[in-house]
Design a protein around this ligand. Sequence first.
Ligand code: G6P
Length: 491
Amino acid sequence: VEVGTGPNEDQRLLVVANRLPVSAQKTKHGSWDLQMTAGGLVSALRGVQQQSFEALWVGWPGVNVEIGKDQQTLTDALRQQHYVPVYLNPSLVDLHYNGFCNSVLWQLFHYVPLNTESKLSETKTLQKQWAAYQAANHAFAEAVLKVHRPGDVVWVQDYHLMLLPGILKTRVPDMKVGWFLHTPFPSSEIYRALPVREEVLKAVLKSDLIGFHTYDYARHFVSACTRILGLEGTPEGVEDNGLLTRVAAFPIGIDPDRFKEALGKADVKAHIAQLRQRYAGRKVMLGVDRLDMIKGIPQKLLAFEKFLEEHPEWADKLQLVQIAVPSRVDVPEYQRLRSMVHQVVGRINGAYGTLTHLPIHHLDKQLPFHELCALYAVTDVALVTSLRDGMNLVSYEYVACQRDNAGVLVLSEFAGAAQSLGAGAILVNPWNVTDMANAIEHALTMSNEERRERHRQNYHHVTHHTVQTWADVFITELNDTHVEAELRTKH
Ligand code: G6P
């Protein structure tokens, strides 16, 4: 590979992510039905897989399949689509995925402090979760090593696999390994609470290239390395005894053509017509989120309630459609959130509803892609009010589907997307309900001229900073960094 070139045609890309982009379900006839899963990472990387070079995706298939015939048929079905499954047993999934990943790292990275109501067994639980996290990262390493060929680019994704670069580099020192975090990386003041803070940082630093969505996250990571490990931070990354690990920002995007094409299809057009008829005479606001505390759904509902309280004349003229995609349903925090959201939706509909209209239409499910595109296209306002969010691609998808309407995006300043869509969106502090209620009013009453101008800026960004360019830039830089590192070791 030459310095300065992007991914070339005979170079293979191994994407390693906790979850495969498909979930498997066994059919009545014993074969496997593979369905696309939800989430930012999956929608983003789907675009990468369609590029010209060969890409394999290594990940957990999300189901428990006993070793034997079933596992073999599933592996075969997945391999046909270039997916390499990593099977994890249910107790490992519980301690690794529900435990260390989603009750510890996910929370901390989104500024939710670690659980302080510590029962006496708490430390023991954390130790077990940490052991499971290590075991799961080793299982992923074995799967990668089985398929890896010299020259492959290995691109490790997200907080589930922070130990993987360290394990892979110990086994194959000249392997080309990049790591990208899809969540925020918090201030080092938050990160330093993690009991295993050194081990995790040291393993990630074995990568050739480390990427984040925003410059701020990259800066937080570098200061965690300087303060916790005593290493040197430079504008290029982190230095350990003269050896540099490159750290940089690579803001992700979407595949806008996928939405453009969908909007031209007959089933999406039919849905659009149906929805237009259903919502005739009303303004429609949309929320699409995984049901996760970081998405700020209760705060959004409270702002909607406050808006109706202050503007009762809108109660019959406004529809909020909130799609809450079920997520991590075995984690207690997510179960509590679901009940809380249902309670607030019930309260608002009870207070402001009539026999013919309920202000909130709430669904606990993932919509099929064509229905989602139609909703994105017909709604007047999107409310993306995350309390913290690595990037948030729903905001990008909404903009991509609004070419004709120029709908308004209300966007949390705590989402990475605020850095790229801030000029066109109405930015809000999701912790300030009054601020959000005012933003709703602004969005609903904005002049056509302002709406079009704001949308123009965002549409330009979304269609020019795509997931394809994101992947190209990362892989090019990974190739270059790796070559530079090899040259350094030779001289
Ligand atoms: C976020 C994470 C992804 C994750 C997705 C869905 O976008 O960054 O790594 O896949 O949420 O969550 P789940 O736990 O269902 O994989």
